[in-house]
Write a protein of this length. Structure first.
Length: 123
C-alpha cells in the first residue's frame, strides 16, 4: 500500500497568485502621495490657506472626544501600512539612486509625512 501525494490543481494556485497580486496592488494604493496640505507650495503654485478657525463649540469638543480615538486607530493602521510599503521602496530607491538626488526618495518622504504626521486630532 503506497501513499501518493496529491497535487493541488493549477486553478487553486492561480487563484492564490491572483489574490496576492490584488492585495499587493490594493496596499500599494495606500503608499501613494496624498494631496498637498492647504497653504503649501508646490509645482502648481501655492494653495490658498483656510481662514482661522472660530472658537471651539461644545459640540465640536464632544465630537473630538468621541471621534479622535477612532481617528487615531485608523491613522495608526494607515501609517503602519505606509511603513510596510515605504521600507522596501526606500531600499530600492537607495540602490537605484545612491546620491539621494532623485524624486523617488522625496516622494516617499512626503508620503510618509502625510500619512504618519499631524494632525492627530480630528477637528
Amino acid at each position: 500500500m503506497s501513499l501518493k501525494r496529491q497535487h493541488t490543481p493549477v486553478r487553486g494556485s492561480a487563484r492564490r497568485v491572483l489574490s496576492v497580486g490584488l492585495l499587493v496592488l490594493g496596499i500599494a494604493g495606500c503608499a501613494t502621495q496624498a494631496a498637498r496640505p492647504i497653504g503649501s507650495s508646490g509645482a502648481w503654485g501655492t494653495t490658498p490657506a483656510l481662514p482661522p478657525p472660530s472658537d471651539p463649540s461644545p459640540a465640536r469638543t464632544v465630537l473630538n472626544v468621541i471621534a479622535t480615538p477612532l481617528f487615531l486607530m485608523l491613522k495608526a493602521a494607515v501609517c503602519a501600512t505606509t511603513a510596510v510599503i515605504a521600507v522596501p521602496s526606500t531600499a530600492i530607491a537607495a540602490l537605484s539612486d545612491p546620491a539621494g538626488q532623485g524624486w523617488q526618495r522625496q516622494d516617499l518622504d512626503e508620503g510618509v509625512a502625510a500619512n504618519c504626521g499631524p494632525p492627530y486630532v480630528l477637528y
